[in-house]
Design a protein around this ligand. Structure first.
Ligand code: PMP
Length: 406
């Protein structure tokens, strides 16, 4: 059983008070998570004790840094159960990965009249790149709708999947409602028609096991900062057949066999797709973050977070004047709610005054807000340092707010 109070001691951010002298209650982990000391140390040690580039130099400390960097690729490969390290590309994050696959994989394969399917619940990052590409190519962007519960309308998926569909992109978990999608079901249906499926795992990677072979997706991306790691680093998993068939994701140093002034040839494998100096500190920090998660155990993290999410959902549902949006079959540790008569932005401002960091807004999911017929929501998203006491505090302050503002 996770002892969140004890784990929290590993996160130095919580050793301090807010500017108004309050304890920090951080409930915006869907946006980004705090960092344990081990991640901060990995980054700081790299800069202070072993700073150098990777791959190209044969001197100390570059040789050691290169080994450490490669170890993280191996670690990530095992973490997501990729068949080989040749399918794990480091990049700058989820948004970067989505844009690169849109530009490098899908652009040359999409023509006028083709179709791309995405869903009504996507973060803008997993909507705009496909949307823009469809506009440019004269292709159609088909939208898989959600049901009243917030779950995807899986039955409509089969109907949407006609012979013109060239690509499917969806999130593992809705960042706004915490709806957890049945990725295996979507991939199995798409597989029958040989349509590649892209998964945005930004919101699932910190609390749900990611097994790309079990899901049987073609692409999957996530950001380091959402799994207790640093910003500016992420992972793109892609099946080897696609990585080898694609032109480099970005052009630059380190990706070539031979360069001439008018043309060049490129190496195979992941090196082909990692042009330029990588975010070395970020990759090492990501490695420390994954080791941190593994030291607790993904299974334990998942059950702990489900327990406090259920607790939060029950408490919120018990309150008059609060409506939790969506009631999916599988709920991730993210809940969106609205309070009668109080704008989410006023609510989050009030909560901030009591030391509670919570998100209000459209959560980069404007089409979803439109569907829900709300301009914005207040969103609580949990991580392993959150406790039932944090939720009790939230509920208490929500009640104070109701009394004060409504
Ligand atoms: N997709 C989802 C579902 C997200 O929640 C986010 C971040 N809020 C992103 C994509 C974008 O991630 P990043 O900003 O790290 O690129």
């Amino acid at each position: 059983m996770i002892n969140a109070e004890k784990l929290k001691l590993q996160f130095p951010i919580f050793n301090q008070k807010t500017p108004s002298g309050l304890d920090l209650t951080y409930l915006d982990n869907g946006a980004t998570c705090h960092k344990p000391q081990s991640v901060i140390d990995a980054i700081s040690d790299f800069y202070s004790k072993g700073y150098s580039t990777v791959g190209r130099a044969s001197y100390w400390p570059s040789s050691e840094t290169t080994v450490a960097f490669r170890e993280v690729r191996k670690l990530v490969t095992e973490f997501i159960n990729a068949p080989s390290e040749d399918e794990v590309v480091f990049n700058f994050g989820t948004t970067d990965g989505i844009n690169k696959i849109a530009n490098t994989f899908l652009r040359p394969r999409l023509s006028a009249g083709d179709e791309v399917i995405t869903t009504e619940m996507e973060h803008h990052a997993n909507l705009l790149p496909w949307q823009q590409l469809c506009i440019e190519k004269g292709a159609k962007l088909s939208i898989l709708p959600i049901l009243d519960t917030g779950d995807l309308d899986y039955e409509s998926f089969e109907t949407l999947l006609n012979d013109r569909v060239k690509f499917v992109a969806l999130t593992a978990v809705s960042n706004a409602l915490g709806v957890k999608n049945d990725l295996k079901r979507i991939c199995a249906i798409a597989r029958k028609k040989n349509i590649p499926v892209f998964i945005d795992a930004a919101q699932s990677v910190s609390h749900d096991e990611v097994d790309v072979q079990d899901i049987d997706c073609d692409f999957l991306v996530f950001s380091g900062h959402k799994i207790y790691g640093p910003t500016g680093v992420g992972v793109l998993y892609a099946k080897k057949k696609w990585l080898d068939a694609m032109m480099p994701l970005s052009y630059g140093g380190g990706i070539v066999k031979e360069v001439q002034l008018q043309e060049s040839t490129f190496v195979d494998g992941v090196a082909r797709h990692e042009g330029g100096t990588p975010n070395i500190a970020g990759v090492l920090g990501l490695g420390a973050a994954i080791r941190f998660v593994q030291s607790i155990g993904m299974h334990e993290i998942h059950s702990y977070l489900m327990d406090i999410t259920d607790y939060a959902k029950t408490k919120l549902n018990e309150m008059d004047g609060i409506k939790v949006l969506g009631n999916p079959v599988h709920q991730a540790p993210t809940l969106s709610f609205v309070m009668d008569g109080v704008h989410p932005h006023d609510l989050s401002t009030f909560l901030n005054e009591k030391g509670i960091c919570i998100r209000a807004g459209h959560h980069c999911a404007q089409p979803l807000m439109k569907k829900l017929k709300v301009p914005a929501t207040t969103r609580m998203s949990l991580a392993i340092y959150n406790t039932k006491a944090d939720i009790d505090k939230l509920i208490e302050v929500l009640k104070e707010t109701q009394a004060f503002l409504s």
